[in-house]
Design a protein around this ligand. Structure first.
Ligand SMILES: [Zn+2]
Length: 182
């Protein structure tokens, strides 16, 4: 079950820190591992807080037949598993070899990641991987449109039947909130 999305004001940090290069190089090493043994997982990512690597990995879509297994998602899943709780990555920095797609950006939001450092831009990945569907900039643009004008139409149905489940959850939410990090 989801936790509440973090409510915080982002603090933009225009300059990178010296240790950022160290962690980005670790992410690049993961991207290289992702290409070993024909795995075709060229994006690596690591999640770091207070000098500790909490999660790491590379794109595993092909290896796991999982369309959501982008490098960032793999690193976040690894970090949450390692910390043992959904809030375990609060305040951490994500280092990724490619600028996150909207799915991975949203995962960062839910995980409480405070900063994202990337190597290759959306333009870089589009220039090299457009024929394979890499066009994250278009996805970000799509999300700016009203929902009825997006690439994938959205239609609402059976709200009254689904609503009781969410209301049930809201009554149980305090129990979920009580499951804090060990
Ligand atoms: Zn992604």
């Amino acid at each position: 079950m989801r936790t509440s999305p973090p409510r915080r004001k982002a603090t933009f940090q225009s300059e990178t820190e010296p240790e950022d290069q160290e962690y980005m190089r670790l992410a690049i090493e993961w991207s290289k591992k992702g290409m070993e043994n024909g795995n075709l997982g060229p994006i690596g990512a690591v999640v770091v807080r207070d000098g500790q690597v909490l999660g790491q990995g590379h794109n595993r879509c092909q290896a796991d037949l999982d369309i959501t297994a982008h490098g960032e998602m793999v690193a976040i899943r690894d970090g949450i598993k390692n910390t043992g709780c959904l809030e375990g990555l609060q305040g951490a920095t994500l280092y990724t070899t490619a600028q996150p797609c909207p799915m991975c950006y949203t995962a960062c939001h839910w995980a409480g990641i405070k900063r994202i450092v990337y190597s290759l831009s959306c333009q870089d990945t589009y220039a090299i991987g457009a024929e394979f569907g890499f066009n994250d900039a278009a996805l970000y643009e799509d999300l700016q449109r009203p929902e009825q004008h997006r690439a994938i139409p959205q239609q609402q149905l059976l709200r009254e039947e689904a609503l009781p489940v969410l209301l049930h959850w809201s009554r149980e939410a305090s129990l979920v909130a009580g499951r804090r990090c060990p």
